[in-house]
Design a protein around this ligand. Structure first.
Ligand SMILES: *[C@@H]1O[C@H](CO)[C@@H](O)[C@H](O)[C@H]1NC(C)=O
Ligand SMILES: *[C@@H]1O[C@H](CO)[C@@H](O)[C@H](O)[C@H]1NC(C)=O
Length: 400
C-alpha cells in the first residue's frame, strides 16, 4: 500500500469510527437526561451525578453535570465548587476519558470538591436553543467571543448561585482562552477563587501543528465559501474533504493524525484513543474555526474579524476588531499554568508571550508547571497525568 492510500484509509477509519454513534437530533429533556453524560460516564463509576441545563443570554441551552462528592461520600466541611471547561472539538467527556482513579473530574470529587462540567454549545449534549435548531445557520453564528460574552458568564453565575460560593476553574485549551479573555476585561473575577489553565491558549501565532496551520490557511483562503457551511463538523463530509486536501500536502503525516494535530503525546494508553474516538471530536461553528485561523495568521488576540471595514464598523464601531489585552488580567488572581514541551497547539513561544503580558502578576499568585515530554492531549488523557498535573493542581486549589 502506498502512503496516500494508507493515509486515506487512516482518515476514513478515524472518522468512520468516530461517527459510528449517530448524533442525536436536538433531544428533548427526558431523552437527554436518560442518556446524558451523568448516566453514560459518571454513574457507571458509582459517583453521584446530576444533570442541569443552563440558559445563556443569547438563547443557548447548555448541558451541565454536577458531581457533588466522591464515592467515599460527603466529606465534612465546605466543598468548594470547581467548574471544568473543555477545549475545541471536545465536550465535558474530556474530563472523564481516563479510568476513575485518574480522571480529573472524579479525582476532584474524591478530594472534597463540588465538581461542575460544561459542554459548550454545538456539542452533542448541548444542541438546544430557545428559538433555533442546529439546522439553522443562525444557530452557528458565533465564535469564542460569544463564549466569553454569554456562555462562560452564565456558567459562572449558575454555579455561584447554586453553591453560594466562589469557584475554582479548570480550563483546557480553548477553555483557557475564554477565561483569560473574560478576566482581561475584569469579568468573572468577583466569582473566582483560583484558575488552572492546562495548555494555555492566548497567543497562537507560533502554532506548529501542521494540520492546524494548513487548515487555517485553507479556511482563510475561502472564508465566504466556508461560512456557507456554518457547522464545522469534524465527522462531516466537508471536513473530511478539507482533511484530505491537507493530507495531500506531503509535509503532513496524516498517518498519525492526532500527533499531527496536537504534537507528540508522550503518555497515551492506546486503549484511551478508542474511548476518545467513541465520544469525540465534536462540532463547533465554522466562524469559530475562522476566528482561530485569524489569530494564527495575525499573532494577535482580537475579536472576530469580518475582514471588511464596513462590517467591522457595524459590529464594533471601528474598522478593525478590538483586542483582548492579557496585561489587564487582575494581577492578584491565583493562576496555575501548565504547559508541555511537545505541544503543537499551546507552544512554548506563545506561552512565553502570555507570560510576558503577565509579568506584572504577583509572584505568589502565579505557578507555572512545565513538562518537557507532554503534548496537548496528555493533559487530559495521559496515563501519568494524575501525578504530573492533577495532584499539583489539586494542591494548588487547596491553598486558595
Ligand atoms: C491501559 O488501559 C487499559 C484499559 O483501561 C488498562 O487495563 C491498562 O492497564 C492500561 N495500561 C497502562 C500502562 O496504564
Ligand atoms: C495592554 O495594557 C497594558 C497595561 O494595561 C498597556 O501598557 C499596553 O499598552 C496594552 N497593550 C495593548 C496592545 O493595548
Amino acid at each position: 500500500m502506498d502512503k496516500i492510500t494508507l493515509t486515506f484509509l487512516t482518515i476514513i477509519f478515524f472518522f468512520a469510527k468516530a461517527s459510528s454513534k449517530p448524533l442525536p437530533a436536538s433531544s428533548n429533556d427526558a431523552a437527554s437526561r436518560a442518556d446524558g453524560i451523568c448516566r453514560a460516564m459518571v454513574e457507571v463509576q458509582n459517583y453521584p451525578c446530576r444533570e442541569h441545563e443552563v440558559k445563556t443570554r443569547d438563547g443557548f441551552i447548555v448541558s451541565v453535570q454536577n458531581i457533588p462528592y466522591g464515592r467515599s461520600g460527603k466529606t465534612p466541611g465546605e466543598r468548594p465548587p470547581v467548574l471544568l471547561q473543555h477545549g475545541l472539538s471536545m465536550d465535558a467527556i474530556t474530563w472523564l476519558l481516563s479510568p476513575p482513579d485518574q480522571s480529573l473530574a472524579l479525582l476532584l470529587a474524591e478530594n472534597g470538591f463540588d465538581v461542575w462540567l460544561v459542554s459548550t454549545r454545538g456539542t452533542k449534549y448541548s444542541l438546544s436553543h430557545t428559538s433555533l435548531t442546529p439546522d439553522d445557520a443562525a444557530y452557528w453564528d458565533w465564535s469564542w467571543d460569544e463564549l466569553v460574552e454569554y456562555e462562560l458568564p452564565a456558567m459562572f453565575q449558575y454555579v455561584y448561585e447554586q453553591t453560594g460560593q466562589k469557584l475554582h476553574y479548570v480550563g483546557h485549551s480553548m477553555g483557557t482562552l475564554i477565561a483569560l479573555a473574560a478576566f482581561s476585561k475584569g469579568e468573572l473575577v468577583n466569582m473566582l477563587r483560583s484558575a488552572a489553565m492546562l495548555c494555555p491558549i492566548a497567543y497562537v501565532g507560533h502554532v506548529t501543528s501542521p494540520i492546524a496551520r494548513t487548515g487555517a490557511e485553507i479556511l482563510l483562503a475561502e472564508i465566504s465559501q466556508w461560512l456557507k457551511i456554518p457547522e464545522f463538523n469534524p465527522k462531516g463530509e466537508d471536513v473530511i474533504k478539507l482533511l484530505l486536501n491537507i493530507c495531500m500536502d506531503k509535509s503532513v503525516d496524516c498517518i498519525h493524525l492526532l500527533t499531527s494535530l496536537t504534537g507528540q503525546n508522550c503518555c497515551l494508553n492506546s486503549s484511551i484513543i478508542s474511548v476518545f474516538l467513541r465520544h469525540e471530536p465534536q462540532s463547533t461553528s465554522t466562524k469559530n474555526m475562522i476566528h482561530f485561523a485569524q489569530m494564527m495568521r495575525d499573532g494577535t488576540i482580537k475579536m472576530y474579524d469580518y475582514e471588511d471595514e464596513k462590517e467591522n464598523r457595524k459590529r464594533y464601531g471601528r474598522p478593525s476588531p478590538p483586542s483582548y489585552n492579557m496585561s489587564n488580567i487582575p494581577n492578584n488572581i491565583p493562576l496555575f499554568l501548565a504547559h508541555g514541551g511537545t505541544d503543537a497547539l499551546s507552544v512554548s513561544a506563545d506561552v512565553k508571550l502570555l507570560l510576558d503580558s503577565l509579568k506584572g502578576h504577583r509572584k505568589d499568585k502565579l505557578v507555572v508547571e512545565y513538562r518537557e515530554d507532554y503534548g496537548h492531549a496528555d493533559y487530559v488523557m495521559a496515563i501519568n497525568a494524575r501525578q504530573s498535573v492533577y495532584d499539583p493542581l489539586i494542591a494548588f486549589f487547596k491553598l486558595h
